[in-house]
Design a protein around this ligand. Structure first.
Ligand code: HEC
Ligand code: HEC
Length: 223
C-alpha cells in the first residue's frame, strides 16, 4: 500500500468509525434463547410475564417487537441515551454484555402475543389515517408494522399512552426520533392531531402481516 493510499484509507476509516454500531461483531453472535429467557425474568417484573406491558402504558408492551429495534433500544438504555434508571438497575442492564442484549432481544421478539389495545376516547381514526399516510407511513409501514430498513418500531399493538409519552419526549429532545436530532415530525401537531393519530394506530390489527417494504403499493381508501 502506498503512503497516499494509507492516508486515504485512514481518512475514510475515521468518519466510518464514528458511525459504527456499538457492536459490529455482535451482528454475528448467535442468540442464546435459554439465557435470554432467564434474564427476561428481571424484565417481567415491570413488563409482565409475557412482555405484554400494562394497560395504561406505564410499562410498554415489548413482546414480539422486532429484534433490530429491541437491540437498538437496549443499547440506548444501557448507554443512557434513553433514560429510565429504574429499568437499567432492576433489569441489570448496566452490567449486561452485548451477548446478553442479543439473547434478550431474540427471546423477547419470539414471544407471540396478540394485543388489542384500546385507542383514546377522543380522536378520529379517519383523520388520523390521513396524517399517518402522509407523515408516518414511509417509515413505520402501511400497517404500522415497523420497517427494518428504517430501523423503526411497529406502532400497532402498543399502548397509546406510552406512544404519546414518547412523542412528548421527542418534542423536548429527551429522546431522538428517526435518528435525527433535528427531527421536526411532531412540532406542528396539536393535541387533537396526536389523538387522531393514536385512534388510527389503535385501529390497526396487531397481527397484520409483517413488514411489507413496497412503498408504492396502492392504498385503498375505502374503509
Ligand atoms: C423497573 C421497571 C422496569 C424493568 C425492570 C424493565 N423495564 Fe423496560 N421499561 C420500563 C419503562 C417504564 C419503560 C418506558 C420508559 C420510557 O417511557 O421511556 C421501559 C421501556 C422499555 C423498552 C422500550 C420499548 C419501546 O417500544 O421502545 C424496552 C425494549 C424495554 N423496556 C425492555 C426491557 C428489558 C429487556 C428489561 C429486562 C432486562 C426491562 N425492560 C426491564 C420499565 C422497566
Ligand atoms: C424518517 C422516518 C420516520 C418517520 C417519517 C416517522 N418515524 Fe417514528 N420512528 C422512526 C424511528 C427510526 C424510530 C425509532 C427511534 C429509536 O430507535 O429510538 C421511531 C420511533 C417512534 C415512536 C416511539 C415508539 C416506541 O416504541 O418507543 C413513536 C411513537 C413514533 N415513532 C411515532 C411516529 C409517528 C406518529 C409518525 C408520523 C407522524 C412518525 N413516527 C414518523 C422513524 C420515523
Amino acid at each position: 500500500m502506498t503512503l497516499t493510499r494509507l492516508f486515504l484509507a485512514a481518512l475514510l476509516a475515521a468518519p466510518l468509525g464514528l458511525h459504527a454500531a456499538p457492536d459490529d461483531d455482535a451482528a454475528e453472535m448467535e442468540p442464546d434463547l435459554k439465557a435470554g429467557e432467564v434474564m427476561f425474568r428481571q424484565c417481567a417484573l415491570c413488563h409482565g410475564q409475557r412482555g405484554q406491558g400494562i394497560l395504561g402504558g406505564k410499562y410498554p408492551r415489548i413482546a414480539g417487537m422486532p429484534e433490530y429495534y429491541l437491540l437498538n433500544a437496549l443499547h440506548d438504555y444501557r448507554s443512557g441515551e434513553r433514560g429510565y434508571d429504574a429499568m437499567v438497575v432492576v433489569g441489570a442492564l448496566q452490567t449486561a454484555e452485548d451477548q446478553d442484549l442479543i439473547n434478550l432481544a431474540a427471546y423477547i421478539s419470539d414471544i407471540d402475543i396478540e394485543l388489542d389495545v384500546p385507542g383514546p376516547e377522543d380522536g378520529s381514526a379517519r383523520s388520523g389515517k390521513r396524517t399517518y399516510k402522509s407523515d408516518c407511513k414511509t417509515c413505520h409501514g402501511r400497517k404500522g408494522e415497523g420497517k427494518s430498513r428504517k430501523e423503526s418500531p411497529p406502532l400497532r399493538g402498543q399502548y397509546h399512552e406510552y406512544l404519546m409519552r414518547q412523542i412528548a419526549l421527542f418534542n423536548s429532545k429527551e429522546r431522538i426520533h428517526a435518528d435525527d436530532p433535528e427531527d421536526e415530525t411532531f412540532v406542528d401537531y396539536d393535541e387533537e392531531d396526536i389523538l387522531d393519530l393514536m385512534a388510527f394506530i389503535a385501529s390497526l390489527d396487531d397481527q397484520a402481516d409483517d413488514e411489507d417494504d413496497d412503498d408504492d403499493e396502492d392504498d385503498d381508501d375505502r374503509d
